[in-house]
Design a binder for this molecule. Sequence first.
Ligand code: UDX
Length: 474
Amino acid sequence: MEHQHKEATIPHVLIFPLPIQGPINCKLQLAELFCLSGLKVTFLNTIHNQERLLRHTNVQSRFEKYPGFRFLTIPDGLPDEHPRSFEQFGDIISSVQTVAEPFLREMLRSGAKELVTCVVPDALSYYVADIGNEMGVPVIPFDTLSPSCVWVYMCLPKLIESGELPFKDNDLDASVTHIPALEGLLRRRDLPPFCLMDYKTDPDFLAALKQVERIPQSHGLILNTFEDLDRPFLSCIHSYSPKTYAIGPLHLHLKAKLSSKNAPSSNSLWEEDHSSIKWLDAQPMGSVLYVSFGSVVVVSKEEILEFQHGLLNSKVKFLWVMRPNILKGGESDVQFMKELAEGCKGNGYIVSWAPQKMVLAHPAIAGFLTHSGWNSTLESVSEGKPMICWPHYVDQRVNSRLVNELWQIGLDMKGICDRSTIERMIKDLMEIKRDELKKSIEELSKLAKLSVEEGGSSYNNLDCLIDDIKELAR
Ligand code: UDX
């Protein structure tokens, strides 16, 4: 292995995202930041997602200007007709693992044709850390979850050892006590859903444990945040993983490095509907609520109808993303969607996928009704748009709690989904609490922008990460 590293001059990073939109998006941004710093990058994607990416974006031509960059693809091991919806996430992950393991072993083998300096997988692909350790190639996971949730995951063993988990009763409002930096802030209902069920054999719980176990065995850890936002959690994570690099918000970081005044580049797996921007252009400033539940959340028709009525009753104009695969159970109901769009006409505009970063930057947008995925949260913070949070799983409940309680930049609706609560929350966001929420999120937005400028924390942390990788190649 020593031999492998001494020969490499330009560091070569192998980036391997989870096969879903959020991580692919972040990791392409990271890939471009690495290319701009002169590193060689191989981006390993599944064939299925690569085809979607090439169909809906200009990534091919965008990355052509970087001679050290290339895409590499592997099958995801699933049959063509597989729906690949988040409801089958476990199947997708284990199928990709079966294909990726031998592929990565071969690629990282000492004496392989093209030497890899380090691998940047998702933290959830914990098996990559094992392969890296076995083959002597450093692994630096990029965890695309929020740092606060990464820290919650890191504290799971402590919660269990202390006897706090499993919880002894059903009091969801009880405070969680064994998570330093989040004491007094998190209630049981704010934890990832597996903590509230019989978690011991739950695949999400086991995966969370495995991923945090591997972090101290890895070379470092990359997180998409900036220090002014997540300082308390970052300092806890540092004690667990000393080489933790907070280099976000990545989309702002890339924009700053490219000095680009243009629209942000798309890394979408769906076709972006730019008619949404035209529609926004015709709306008064600060009058529209943007509604989107990210790339993987699935909802029932009943929930959609509650949202429709809550939105219409609020009398606030809205732009609403309804992914083609948003219905629970993989259902596709063209008639239902058509009637929904008809029913919203006049007050709302529905698209199947929006250019979200452009939407959030649009002056007509006043706020964001979101599922609290970490990318959406960071994008909203970056544009200074307060949120209403309707969280589901993974990190989303932790994120929504912090949005409401710690940062005070939005309102946490948790799992509630009834039209009167939705209407009330919208009125609070758009009128009653508008000024205070706007003030706090605009302050954070300024800090986010400063963090990626020369001398800012994320700017400096990216430099340190790149120096670290260059050192590995010496
Ligand atoms: C998943 C998990 O659900 C989330 O909890 C975790 O934090 C990251 O991984 P996802 O649900 O897709 O992510 O949500 P999010 O992290 O918000 O990412 C969605 C991405 O899709 C954002 O970058 C957003 O800009 C983009 N998007 C979404 C669009 O470009 N257009 C849309 O219409 C909707």
